[in-house]
Design a protein around this ligand. Sequence first.
Ligand code: KIV
Ligand code: ZN
Length: 511
Amino acid sequence: MQDQLIIFDTTLRDGEQAPGIALSPDDKVAIATQLAKLRVDVIEAGFAASSPGDFTAVARIADEVDGPVIASLARTHPDDIEQAAEALRAADRKRIHVFVSTSPIHMEQMLRMTPSEVMTSVTESVRLARRHVDDVEFSPQDATRSDPDFVIEVCRAAVDAGATTINIPDTVGYAMPEDFVALLSKVYAEVRGGNEDVIISTHCHNDLGLAVANSLSAIHAGARQIEGAINGIGERAGNTSTEEVIMAVSTRQDHFGVEIGADTTEIFETSRLVSSLTGYPIQYNKAVVGRNAFAHESGIHQHGVLRHRETYEIMDPASIGHQSMIVLGKHSGRAAFADALDKLGITVEDVDFQRAFDRFKELADRKGEIGEEGIRAIVSEETGTGTEEMSLVSIHFSGGSQETPVATVTLDRDGEVIEVEAQGDGMVNAAFVAVQDAYRIAATLTDYRVSPLTSGADAMAKVEVVIKVGAATFPGRGVSTDVVEGSVRAMVSAMNKAAAAAGALDGGQVE
Ligand code: KIV
Ligand code: ZN
C-alpha cells in the first residue's frame, strides 16, 4: 500500500475556484463521472458548506459516482463538518478534508486566532469529523510560510485526533523544490514516523510554475498522495496538474518506483471535457494535453518520428487516449457520426444527438471535412440545458460601412419563432444586444475568443465566450465558417445556460 501513489483530484473544488468558472451540479456530476473513468483515487467534489450549489453537487456526486473516495472540504467550524458529513452521506467511501491556516500572516490577518486557538480548533474539528467518517484529511493552510515546528505540532494534534491523511499545501506557490522536500521529510519523520496508517500528501499551487515539480519531488520524501486539478486549473496560476503527475509517474516508473491506479487512456477525454465545461482553453503547448504536445514541426523531428516514434516522443499519444485520425465528410451518415462520438468517448442524449448531427451535416455541406476538434465543438455547442432553450435560425445585418449596424436575429424556442432587432457598435455587438433582448437577460461579455479549427479562406472557427449575469458566469461555444455567426451561436449557448439557471440568479433580468 505504501508504494501506491494516491491521486487526489480537486478539479471540482480548488479547480472551480479559478476566476470565471461556475459549474452547475450537472456539469460537476459529468466531470466526476469522467474522473471515475480516469480512476483517480479521491475526488474532492466541493466545499459543501460554501453554498447550496456546492452542497447539492457534493451530495449528487456522493450518490451517483462510484469508485473513488468522495471528499468534501470543511473549515474547522462544527457547522462545516456537519454539512460535509450530510452531503457525503450517500457515498460508499467518503472523506472529510479539514483545513485551517497555520502561517502567522493568515492567523493574524485572516483568522484573528492565536496559535493555541488554532491548535484547539484542529483537535476538536478532526474529532468531530471522525465521529462521522473513518477517513479524515487535515491540511495546515499556507504550510510553506508557516513555522515548520508549528506545522509539526498542529499535524501531530490532527493525527492524535484521528486524521489519517496529512496534506501539506503550498497555498501560494512559494516553495522551492529543496525547501518543499525538506518540509515534507520533516513531516514524514516527525508526524507519520512509524505509523503506517498515516498518508503524507502534497497540494501545490503554480504561482512560480513549480507546482508539478514540487509535488513530484515530495514522493522521494515519502509523500504518497498528490493533489491536483485537471489542466492545472485553480486559484490564480492554478494547481498541480493531475494529468502531468499521472504521466510523469507512469512514464518514469524507473525514477519514482510508485504505482498508480489511473487509466491514462482517459486523460485526453477528461482534459477536453473539463475545458469545455469550464470554458477554460488549454494552452497549445501544455504538457501532455496541449494540442502541440505530440505535434512535430521541424523536418528533422518529423523525419525522426516517421522512422521511429520514440526518437522524439517519450509518451505514446495512444497512452493518453489521443485519437487524432477521426475525420468525417459531408457523406458521413448518422452511424459514422455516432461511431465518431463513441471513439471520442462522448455520450449524448437522443435529442442532443439529433441536433448535433443536423448541425454537423449543415457544416459538412459548407466545409467538406470535419475533424475531431470540430466534432467536439459541435457537440459542445448543441448539448442542451433544458427544454426552454432557444436555437439560432438566422442573422441578417443592415446598415452600410459608415452606418451603425443593425442586427436582426431570429431564434426558435420549441417551434415558436422569436425575431429581435438591435443596434450596436459593430456587427458582433449588435447581434449580442439582440440576443440579450430575446432572452430578456442583461449580460456582460467577460471573455471572447476565436480559434481556427481548420485552415484556409473558408476555415471553420470555434468561438468561445464567457458571460456574466448578476454574480454568475456561463460559458458558451459556437462553431461556424462565419465568425459573426459563430459568435452569435456561442452567445446563444451561454444564454441558454443563464436562462436555465435564471431562477437561481440574483439579478440581471431586464424585465
Ligand atoms: O491551497 C490550499 O491551501 C488549499 C487548502 C484548502 C488545502 O486549497
Ligand atoms: Zn489550494
